[in-house]
Design a binder for this molecule. Structure first.
Ligand code: C2E
Ligand code: MG
Ligand code: MG
Ligand code: MG
Length: 298
């Protein structure tokens, strides 16, 4: 009986395993098809100045809506793309969509009422892509054809990405910086990297990880970490951005601590291009009316 139930268990397990494998293979194939069919699309999340509230830029975030399986999180399909050498193709598609959008925003006639000059576009770059200098050549070409200068772009890398191979990273990041790209350390504070190696890298921005920001109201530890990050970044002439601002308390707290930029659901959710333009118009009216009231002492 035991042997039989074991056997049954094995079979069940085997079947489950096969099923999982099938889902996995299916998903890779489907992801590849989705990339080929250009089914990956973008949403844009605003980034504002902590002090004035004015829009300073936006981050492009990849989305995939599967016809049967529904929305698949980038937390799932980005690692899959990385594991199967699809990430560079995906990254290029992100630029192919986001650069014309930035260019469109720059055109004051197309988009009235937005302070769109000087907006910076942030794009996430995977660790694996750092080895591919050809990818960055292609990004440069796309910049040219879309009338965007590399210094309007912020390439976001996680600290683990930069620390994977610090010698190679320093070399490549320096080249990218010399070509004009701005560089940001994403999810800062969650990795276990050497501060010394990090501060040698030519980053222009540090993004405080949302786990610290979201717990900043309740946790003294989180506030201490945030304070230390802001101090370190500012002493290195880097800008500080906070992600995961979900309420006014977090915004006030971060502003009082000297944080430069804010991003989060409280400010604006990731939005499709048209919704982003609408949001920008409303937010700039809002800011303008505040300024006018302020100027007239109302
Ligand atoms: P990330 O770059 O750190 O992006 C921030 C994530 O936090 C986004 O999740 C965003 O939607 C979410 N978020 C923004 N504000 C808030 C908030 O106030 N509260 C909370 N709880 N979450 C907030 P998303 O879009 O699911 O992306 C997850 C991660 O996937 C990104 O983290 C990034 O690492 C990766 N990713 C997304 N798009 C791309 C891409 O085009 N290329 C690469 N390489 N990675 C990407
Ligand atoms: Mg990011
Ligand atoms: Mg982040
Ligand atoms: Mg993240």
């Amino acid at each position: 009986i035991n042997a039989e139930s074991n056997n049954t268990a094995d079979n069940t397990f085997g079947r489950q395993l096969r099923a999982e494998n099938q889902i996995n293979t299916l998903t890779v194939t489907e992801l590849e098809q989705a990339i080929d069919a250009r089914d990956i699309y973008l949403v844009y999340q605003p980034k504002v100045s902590c002090i004035s509230g004015a829009l300073t830029g936006f981050e492009a975030l990849a989305r995939w809506h599967h016809p049967e399986k529904g929305f698949i999180s980038p937390e799932k399909f980005i690692p899959l793309a990385e594991q199967h050498n699809l990430i560079d193709r995906l990254t290029l598609q992100v630029f192919e969509q986001a650069l014309p959008f930035l260019n469109q925003l720059q055109d004051a006639d197309t988009v009235q009422g937005i302070q769109s000059r000087g907006l910076l576009l942030s794009v996430n770059i995977s660790a694996a892509s750092l080895k591919n200098l050809y990818l960055f050549k292609q990004i440069e070409l796309l910049c040219k054809s879309n009338n965007v200068k590399p210094d309007q772009l912020i390439l976001e890398l996680t600290e683990t990405a930069a620390m994977d191979d610090p010698v190679m990273s320093l070399d490549i990041l320096t080249r990218l910086r010399l070509r004009g790209f701005r560089l940001s350390i994403d999810d800062f504070g969650t990795g276990f990297s050497s501060m010394l190696a990090l501060v040698r890298m030519p980053f222009s921005e540090v993004k405080v990880d949302k786990t610290f920001v979201m717990t900043s109201g309740d946790s003294r530890e989180s506030r201490l970490v945030i304070k230390a990050i802001i101090e370190l970044a500012h002493s290195l002439n880097m800008q500080v951005a906070a992600e995961g601002i979900e309420d006014n308390e977090a915004l006030e707290l971060l502003r009082n601590m000297g944080c430069d930029q804010a991003q989060g659901y409280f400010i604006g959710r990731p939005m499709l291009a048209d919704a982003f333009i609408e949001w920008s118009k409303q937010s700039s009216e809002h800011i303008d009316s505040h300024r006018i009231k302020h100027l007239h002492g109302l």
